[in-house]
Ligand binder design. Sequence first.
Ligand code: SAH
Ligand code: DHB
Ligand code: MG
Length: 222
Amino acid sequence: MQDLWTQVDRYFCDRLAPAGPGDELDAALATNKKAGLPAIDVSRLQGKFLEFLVRSSGARRVLEIGTLGGYSTLWLVRGLPEDGKIVTLEFDPHHAETARENLRNAGVLERVELIVGRAIDSLPALEDAAEPFDLIFIDADKKSYPEYLEWALKLSRPSTVIVADNVVRDGEVVDADSNDPDIQGVRRFTELLATEPRLSATVLQTVGVKGYDGFALAVVLR
Ligand code: SAH
Ligand code: DHB
Ligand code: MG
């Protein structure tokens, strides 16, 4: 099926998210490759989906957990209004440095606050910010997704949108006995989504150039 998923992804991508000349998104992927970063960014069509979520929710303040080279950050920025801002958290200094280069090259560095360190150490300081976040994208270490969801709730307001990447992982998520801490993290995260009365959540399974995976989508009720 992978061949067909790739063909269909390309068909829609070519029409709905084509790369223009001097495309800063493709440029970022090239920079990431040169810097030796793993190619685990969202796909182009998924990036457009992130842009869509920011735009359609009217988000002005976005939090991203897991920057890598800033490819998803660039898509999130695209959905923001002029005065919108993103805070993005990255553990690996080399990933963060590469992201800074990509954001600078795209001319959006001043709209992004990139905080280097373990997300779990950076999140508490964000609670002191004057305003909650309107949209939160969780995409760092999957084993910590439950903790990131707790923080997302603390840093949100009613109607905040919470999106989490990679919750399907080739279907591995259904293996209750998995000894992969990432799978167990996603399963505990899902239990929290299910039982947390302040959230209404669903999951969108995805196929495409990045294989078979999915996004969890939640909205804060109160
Ligand atoms: N959002 C990116 C991909 C992120 S990949 C995109 O789609 O373009 C996951 C990133 O999370 C990696 O860069 C990894 O270094 C980072 N990460 C892993 N553990 C982390 C932690 N504890 N705190 C912050 N970032 C972490
Ligand atoms: C991995 C992480 C991601 O965020 C992703 O989209 C794909 C893979 C990983 O850690 O393997
Ligand atoms: Mg991901």
